[in-house]
Design a protein around this ligand. Structure first.
Ligand SMILES: *[C@@H]1O[C@H](CO)[C@@H](O)[C@H](O)[C@H]1NC(C)=O
Ligand SMILES: *[C@@H]1O[C@H](CO)[C@@H](O)[C@H](O)[C@H]1NC(C)=O
Ligand SMILES: *[C@@H]1O[C@H](CO)[C@@H](O)[C@H](O)[C@H]1NC(C)=O
Ligand SMILES: *[C@@H]1O[C@H](CO)[C@@H](O)[C@H](O)[C@H]1NC(C)=O
Ligand SMILES: *[C@@H]1O[C@H](CO)[C@@H](O)[C@H](O)[C@H]1NC(C)=O
Ligand SMILES: *[C@@H]1O[C@H](CO)[C@@H](O)[C@H](O)[C@H]1NC(C)=O
Ligand SMILES: *[C@@H]1O[C@H](CO)[C@@H](O)[C@H](O)[C@H]1NC(C)=O
Ligand SMILES: *[C@@H]1O[C@H](CO)[C@@H](O)[C@H](O)[C@H]1NC(C)=O
Length: 581
C-alpha cells in the first residue's frame, strides 16, 4: 500500500497537472479559508459521555495551526521556500481578531480543537500587541511600564461557536438537523450497491464484534451500515490499548477504514439521490452549505478591500469533507486515490485567494483574483499541503469569477434555502416561515444576503429565544437529575436525546455572552462611525458600507513597529471602497 502510494505520488509529481505547493514570488495572497477536521477525540460511541479531544488530538491541532502559521505568518520574508505564501497586511505576531473569522459548532471536542489550533497559529509572545486591540498604548501604564498578557503573552482568539439552534451552524454541518437528509438515509440499505457490500461484510463485522466491538455495541449494530462509527471505536482502541492488538490486526483495521469511507461516500456524496425535489443532491447538503460559506468568506475579503477575513477557519466533520470531494469533482477526478479515503484527524482543506503580479499596496481588480485549493489528509509530518485542481480543470487554479460561478451552481447559500431543502424543523426555520416576507432571507440570490447577514439575524433570534431556552434547560436539567448515567451514555452519538439537552444548557451561556459582546460592539461601532473611522469585524453582519470604510494606514513611527512588519505593506494604501459584483 505504502509503495503503491509512493508510486502514485511519483507519477503525480511528473504529470503536468500535479501542482507544487509554492506561491511564486509574483503571487500575493489576500485571503485564506481553511476547513479543518477536529483532532483525535474519544469515540462517538465509547467510554466517554460525549466525545472529548485527546492530548494527541490537541497535538494534531497545534501542529496544523503551526503549519498555517509557517505558510502565512512566517517572520522572515527573505527565507522563501515552497510552503511560504504570506498573506498581505496581516498581523504576523499579535493576533488581530478583526482580521480573522473563525467558526465552529458547539461540540466540546470541536471548541477545544479550535483553541489548540489557534495556539499553533498565534503562539504566546511577549511585547507584541496588535493595533486593533489598542496597540502598545493599551499595554503601557502612564509611568511607562508594560504589562503583558498572562502565560508569557498568551493570545486570545475570538471565535463563533454555533449550536444547532444557531443557524450559523448549517455552514459547518449542513446535514445536522436536516430532516430530508436523515430520511434519505433510511433508504440507505435499499440501494443495490450497498446491499451487496452489506451482505458481503456481514461475517467480517460479526467476527470483529466478538473480538473488539462487543463491549460497546450490540451485535445488531455490527454491520456495514454503521461502518464509520465502528471504525472510529476500533481505531481508538487500537491506538491506545495494547491488549486490543491481540484481537484485531492492522489489516483488519485498514479494511474497516476502507468500508467506512465507502459508507460515508454513499451517505454524503451520492449526488444522484434526491430529497423533496428531483436532483437536489440532498446527501451532499453538508458540502453545499460549506461551499456557500467558503464563497462568502472570500467575498467579504474582496468587498472590504482585504481589510477583514484574511484568515478564515471553519472546524467541521467528515461529512463536509466527503460531500465537497464529490461536488468539486475531486473524488471522480484523476486524483481519486487521494480523495476516496477519509481524511484523518486534523485533515485540512484550504482555499487561497490570490492575485498574480501587480501592486501589493492596493487591492487587485476582480479579474486578477484567483482561487487555489490545497489539501492535507492528516497531520503526519510526511503529509504535505498539496494543490489539487477543482471541477475537472487541470490548471491548479481558477479565476475567482469562475470559482464563484461553479460554486453557485450547487451551493446552498441562504438559511431559507436550507430550511426548504431540508424541511428543517429547527427553531430558526419555523421563525423564518412565520415571517417569510422579511427582506434578505428570500431564497433568491440577492446581492449580499449570504451567510454574514444571516449571522446578524441569527444573533437576534438567538437572543429572542434565549429566555425560552434557559427555561427549557432548567426543565431538562431537572429531568436529567433522575436519569441514570447509562441512559445518558446510550444517547451519545445520536442527535437529540440527552446529548441535545446538554448542548442546549451550555449554549444558553454562549448565547448570552455573545449577546453581551454584540451590544458593546454596536456601541463602539456608532462611535467609530462618527469619527468616520475604520473597519470592524464582519461576523455580525453589520454593513459597514454606510460609514465609508477606510483602511487606516498604520503609523510607522509607532513603538511596536519592530514587531509589526506588515505595517509597511499596508502603509500608503489608498482608502478602499466596498465593492459590488
Ligand atoms: C507603574 O504603575 C503600575 C500601576 O500603577 C505599577 O504597578 C508599577 O509598579 C509602576 N511601575 C514603576 C516602574 O513604577
Ligand atoms: C442480501 O441478503 C439478503 C438476505 O440474505 C437477501 O434477501 C438479499 O437479496 C441480498 N442482497 C444482495 C444484493 O445480495
Ligand atoms: C478478544 O477476543 C476474545 C475472543 O477471541 C474475547 O473473548 C475477548 O473478550 C476479546 N478481548 C477484548 C478486550 O475484547
Ligand atoms: C484495554 O482494554 C480492555 C478492554 O476494555 C481493558 O480491560 C484493559 O484494562 C485495557 N488496558 C489498558 C492498559 O487500559
Ligand atoms: C503490547 O503487547 C505485546 C504483545 O501483544 C507485547 O509484546 C508488548 O510488550 C506490549 N507492550 C506494552 C507497552 O505493554
Ligand atoms: C447512488 O444512489 C443511487 C440511487 O439510490 C444508486 O442507484 C447508486 O448505485 C448509488 N451510487 C453509488 C456509487 O452507490
Ligand atoms: C468531472 O468529470 C466527470 C467525468 O467526466 C463527470 O462525471 C463529473 O460530473 C465532472 N465533475 C464536475 C464537478 O464537473
Ligand atoms: C494521506 O496522504 C499520504 C500521502 O501524503 C498517504 O501516504 C496516506 O496513505 C494518506 N492517508 C489516507 C488515510 O489516505
Amino acid at each position: 500500500m505504502a509503495i503503491w502510494s509512493a508510486a502514485v505520488l511519483a507519477l503525480l509529481a511528473a504529470s503536468s497537472s500535479a501542482q507544487t505547493t509554492n506561491a511564486p514570488s509574483n503571487e500575493h495572497v489576500w485571503s485564506s479559508v481553511a476547513w479543518v477536521l477536529h483532532g483525535e477525540r474519544t469515540p462517538l460511541w465509547g467510554p466517554t459521555v460525549s466525545p472529548a479531544l485527546t492530548p494527541l488530538g490537541a497535538q494534531q491541532m497545534f501542529a496544523q495551526g503551526s503549519l498555517l502559521r509557517d505558510r502565512y505568518l512566517r517572520e522572515d520574508p527573505e527565507e522563501k521556500d515552497a510552503t511560504f505564501a504570506p498573506i498581505e497586511g496581516i498581523e504576523r505576531n499579535a493576533i488581530d481578531n478583526t482580521q480573522l473569522s473563525i467558526l465552529t459548532n458547539a461540540d466540546q471536542h470541536m471548541v477545544t480543537s479550535v483553541q489548540a489550533f489557534l495556539q499553533g497559529l498565534y503562539p504566546p509572545i511577549l511585547q507584541a500587541f496588535s493595533e486593533n486591540s489598542g496597540g502598545i498604548e493599551a499595554a503601557r501604564f502612564a509611568n511607562g511600564s508594560i504589562v503583558n498578557y498572562p502565560l508569557q503573552g498568551y493570545q486570545y482568539p475570538a471565535f463563533r461557536t454555533a449550536s444547532v439552534l444557531d443557524f450559523e451552524s448549517i455552514w459547518v454541518g449542513g446535514h445536522v438537523g436536516c430532516t430530508k437528509y436523515t430520511e434519505s438515509l433510511l433508504n440507505f440499505r435499499a440501494d443495490d450497491v450497498v446491499a451487496t457490500i452489506y451482505n458481503n461484510t456481514k461475517n467480517f463485522y460479526q467476527n470483529l464484534w466478538v473480538q473488539v466491538l462487543h463491549e460497546v455495541f450490540p451485535s445488531s449494530m455490527a454491520n456495514f451500515a454503521n461502518a464509520y462509527i465502528l471504525y472510529d471505536y476500533a481505531q481508538f482502541r487500537y491506538t491506545h490499548n495494547n491488549s486490543t492488538r491481540k484481537n484485531i490486526t492492522a489489516d483488519e483495521l485498514a479494511m474497516m477504514a476502507r468500508f467506512a469511507s465507502t459508507e460515508q461516500r454513499n451517505k454524503n456524496a451520492n449526488l444522484s439521490v434526491s430529497g423533496t425535489s428531483q436532483g437536489d443532491m440532498i446527501r451532499a447538503v453538508a458540502g453545499r452549505t460549506m461551499a456557500a460559506k467558503t464563497l462568502s468568506f472570500l467575498r467579504e475579503n474582496i468587498r472590504l478591500g482585504g481589510a477583514t477575513n484574511k484568515i478564515n477557519i471553519a472546524f467541521t466533520t467528515l461529512e463536509t469533507f466527503v460531500a465537497w470531494f464529490a461536488l468539486s469533482g475531486l473524488v471522480t477526478g484523476e486524483h481519486m486515490a487521494e480523495f476516496k479515503p477519509l481524511p484523518e484527524p486534523g485533515g485540512m482543506m484550504v482555499f487561497e485567494l490570490f492575485s498574480i503580479g501587480g501592486r501589493t499596496d492596493s487591492y487587485p481588480e476582480l479579474d486578477n483574483l484567483w482561487v487555489r485549493f490545497l489539501y492535507r489528509n492528516g497531520t503526519d509530518p510526511g503529509d504535505q499541503l498539496t494543490t489539487y485542481s477543482l471541477f475537472n480543470s487541470t490548471l491548479g487554479r481558477l479565476p475567482f469569477r469562475e470559482f464563484m460561478s461553479q460554486v453557485q451552481s450547487f451551493d446552498v447559500s441562504t438559511i431559507a434555502e436550507w430550511c426548504k431543502l431540508c424541511d428543517g424543523v429547527s427553531l430558526f426555520c419555523s421563525d423564518l416561515k412565520s415571517r417569510n416576507s422579511s427582506p434578505g432571507l428570500s431564497s433568491g440570490r440577492g446581492a449580499f444576503i449570504q451567510p454574514t447577514v444571516a449571522g446578524a439575524i441569527g444573533a437576534a433570534v438567538t437572543l429572542a429565544v434565549a429566555g425560552l431556552l434557559f427555561f427549557i434547560a432548567i426543565l431538562l436539567g431537572v429531568i436529567r437529575f433522575h436519569r441514570t448515567g447509562s441512559d445518558t451514555k446510550a444517547c451519545t452519538g445520536t442527535l437529540g436525546g440527552f446529548k441535545g439537552a446538554e448542548k442546549m444548557s451550555s449554549d444558553t451561556d454562549l448565547a448570552w455572552a455573545r449577546g453581551g459582546t454584540r451590544h458593546e460592539r454596536t456601541g463602539s461601532w456608532e462611535l467609530r462611525g462618527k469619527k468616520g473611522a475604520d473597519v470592524e469585524g464582519q461576523e455580525e453582519g453589520v454593513s459597514p458600507s454606510a460609514t465609508g470604510v477606510t483602511v487606516r494606514a498604520r503609523d510607522l513611527t509607532h513603538p511596536s513597529k519592530g514587531m509589526d512588519d506588515d505595517a509597511i505593506s499596508i502603509a500608503g494604501q489608498e482608502p478602499v471602497k466596498p465593492r459590488e459584483f
